[in-house]
Design a protein around this ligand. Structure first.
Ligand code: GZL
Length: 351
């Protein structure tokens, strides 16, 4: 509500001018625009990828509960149904509505320069959350907060290397059910696997996108099982793909888990995913934390106080395993603890 903000700012200046004669001055409004000096509502336009996974649902809930009316915000939430063109339309609508901030969870990394330039020209700060954008200049966004997806993949692969050694697995015949192609989470997790396959001499039998959904994950797993009868590890790039892969494996008469035919690895550690890790259906679940609402709010509060937020901020994330065969992994001389999933671990989690 930029126009309202300017009117309010003018009224504040005039009020301050009147007050200075009496020895008082009015602080800058503690929050953004919102009209006549009464409501200090900050309007946030949020373009969300979609509702493709349990992770996304938790992420949307975090944003909605943070940017609530009670907390002083007006949230305009748009679900793009995993289509970039819908996100671009949403951002243009936010610009038309003169929101105070635009938050974008980009479905894929490329194709954002034009619309981000439009937001910049409209003097509306853009905060990127979760996945990253690949743009000609990082001046096109104000700040980014999200995960280090390649590190997530490296943690998972280092765990598999240690687990295979501990269990005396003679060979790793692995398939990769990838996320949405071009999404930062897919790019990073796939890159880490490709490098581990090369470094450890694993047999990468197949790689195909499961689009981060359970249905597609099941379909892809069914196809891979028909083509390869020696798969012993499935690298699912999120929990929902893992749920679909498990269904396909069991429907094919094979067993998942430490004493079964196939180990299923996953990412996200959603409630359902960590529960499957407790049972062993998922043997390793690498955390990807979805609770970005408070992190985005912290950026907005800094901007409201005329402070400069970090350009990029990575979220710390853990590694959760079925069993205690591997207690830590080391990547670039940094140790990462592996947590064995127990009932208490599940009870203690925030999502
Ligand atoms: C990761 C996020 C991914 C999740 C999937 O930050 O972008 O998208 O891993 C989700 O579950 O669909």
């Amino acid at each position: 509500m930029k126009k309202k903000f300017l009117a309010k700012a003018l009224s504040v200046v005039m009020a301050a001018a009147l007050l200075t004669g009496c020895g008082g001055g009015k602080d800058k409004a503690t929050s953004g625009s919102g009209g006549d000096g009464g409501s200090d509502v900050i309007t946030v336009g949020f373009s969300q990828v979609g509702a493709e996974s349990d992770w996304r649902t938790a992420n949307s809930e975090s944003m909605k509960s943070t940017f609530s009316e009670a907390n002083g915000y007006k949230l305009i939430f748009d679900d793009a149904q995993q289509k970039q063109e819908n996100q671009i339309t949403a951002i243009r609508n936010f610009i038309q509505q003169e929101v105070d901030y635009i938050v974008l969870a980009p479905v894929t990394e490329t194709g954002w320069d034009t619309v981000l330039q439009e937001a910049k020209s409209a003097d509306i700060p853009v905060i990127i959350v979760d996945r990253m954008v690949d743009v000609s200049s990082d001046d096109l966004y104000t700040a980014w907060v999200g995960s280090n997806f390649k590190l997530e993949g490296q943690k998972a692969c280092e765990w598999l290397k240690a687990y295979a050694a501990a269990k005396g697995m003679k060979e790793i015949n692995i398939v990769d059910i990838q996320g949405t192609i071009g999404a930062s989470a897919q790019i990073g997790r796939t890159e880490a696997l490709d490098e581990a396959v090369e470094a450890n001499g694993w047999n990468l039998l197949a790689q195909q996108t499961g689009e981060f959904t359970q249905a597609k994950g099941q379909e892809v797993m069914e196809s891979m099982l028909k083509q390869h009868d020696n798969i012993n590890v499935v690298y699912c790039e999120n929990d929902n793909e893992a749920f679909g892969a498990i269904d396909a494996i069991e429907a094919a008469g094979k067993k998942v888990g430490p004493d079964g035919d196939i180990l299923v690895m996953s990412f996200d550690t959603t409630k359902a995913g960590i529960t499957d890790t407790l049972s062993g259906k998922i043997i390793l679940n690498t955390e990807c934390n979805p609770l970005h609402g408070p992190r985005v709010e912290e950026i907005i509060k800094k901007l409201e106080n005329n402070e400069t937020p970090d350009k990029q901020a990575y979220v710390d994330e853990g590694i959760f395993a079925h069993g205690a065969d591997v207690d830590k992994v080391t990547i670039d001389d940094t140790d990462y603890t592996v947590t064995e999933v127990t009932e208490d671990v599940i009870d203690g989690r925030a999502y």
